[in-house]
Write a protein that binds this ligand. Structure first.
Ligand SMILES: Nc1ncnc2c1ncn2[C@@H]1O[C@H](COP(=O)(O)OP(=O)(O)OP(=O)(O)O)[C@@H](O)[C@H]1O
Length: 274
């Protein structure tokens, strides 16, 4: 994980909402500028700016309804946006362009709150599905790859089990293995522990942390403040559809600059150590 610094939390003004600027010549893996997204009359993203560098671990926090999931879904092309720039790997993300989306999904994996495994397919077939369908990987190679990925999430022996034979934590770990099957450069994690019983949260966070340690670029929406503080290079606080404050975890949690962030941290876990 590269050490990221942010000027944003040192300047308590409009700069709070601005993002870290990469050194000249370094193209961010994800570039988001002035992104706007509406559902009908409800403008959910009101000009989001965010740059994510290769290998960076970014956590997005904020109140319910602040637009966190919508932002992730835009990055993965699951939602159309109305205005602004959104580029992954230098390529514009356009939810209406099916061939471009197929390419995007090879680079960007996503894990959802509710696992979204195919219930009628075995664990192994769930993991093999995208490589065999999208990149026409031969079945033997895909199964070998699935075995390797399931071992990585501690579930090698479950390759022939059905999803309903697994606990929620195990299902989520299969979902992570499935997301890794296309060898993505970026993993988007949308509240991946929210649907789990508390005793199953740790095993999933451990897998996510190991991916972070291995250099995976991660953008995570999370309500696990302690986890965000521990694994992130940078934390982004969203408020009312904008990036309101951003910075290194120790800055953001330890020295919040805006009343909105102070209030939010006060609401969750008594401030996650803030
Ligand atoms: N498919 C949709 N159609 C219409 N409105 C939507 C849709 N998805 C989200 N919204 C609205 O967009 C706003 C932001 O939702 P979003 O899920 O992005 O927030 P969030 O910050 O991720 O919240 P939470 O922490 O509760 O998941 C909310 O007002 C929500 O009702």
């Amino acid at each position: 994980m590269p050490a990221m610094t942010s000027a944003s939390t040192t300047c308590p003004s409009a700069a709070l909402a601005s993002d870290t600027h990469p050194a000249p010549g370094i193209v961010p893996l994800v570039h988001i500028g002035g992104l706007r997204k509406r559902y009908g009359d409800n403008e959910v993203l009101k000009g989001v700016d965010l740059q994510v560098q290769r290998g960076e671990v970014v956590s997005i926090i904020g109140k319910s309804g602040s637009g966190k999931s919508t932002l992730l879904r835009c990055i993965n092309g699951l939602e159309q946006y109305q205005d602004g720039e959104l580029r992954v790997h230098g390529q514009a993300v356009n939810a209406g362009d099916a061939p471009a989306l197929r390419e995007l999904r090879k680079n960007v994996g996503m894990i959802f709150q509710n696992f979204n495994l195919f219930p009628h397919l075995s664990v192994g077939r769930n993991v093999m599905l995208a490589p065999t369908l999208v990149t026409r990987q031969p079945k033997d190679a895909a199964r070998h790859n699935a075995q390797r990925l399931l071992a990585r999430v501690g579930l090698a022996e479950k390759i022939d089990a059905m999803p309903d034979q697994l606990s929620g934590g195990q299902q989520q770990r299969v979902a992570i293995a499935r997301a890794l099957a296309m060898n993505p450069e970026i993993l988007l994690c949308d509240e991946v522990t929210s649907a789990l019983d508390p005793e199953l949260v740790g095993e999933v966070l451990q897998v996510v942390e190991s991916l972070a340690d291995q250099g995976m670029t991660l953008i995570m929406v999370t309500h696990e403040m302690g986890f965000a503080r521990k694994v992130s290079d940078r934390v982004v606080f969203m408020h009312q559809g904008r990036v309101h404050e951003t910075g290194a975890p120790e800055q953001l949690f330890g020295n919040p600059q805006t009343p909105e962030l102070r209030q939010f941290l006060g609401m969750v876990h008594g401030g996650a150590g803030a």
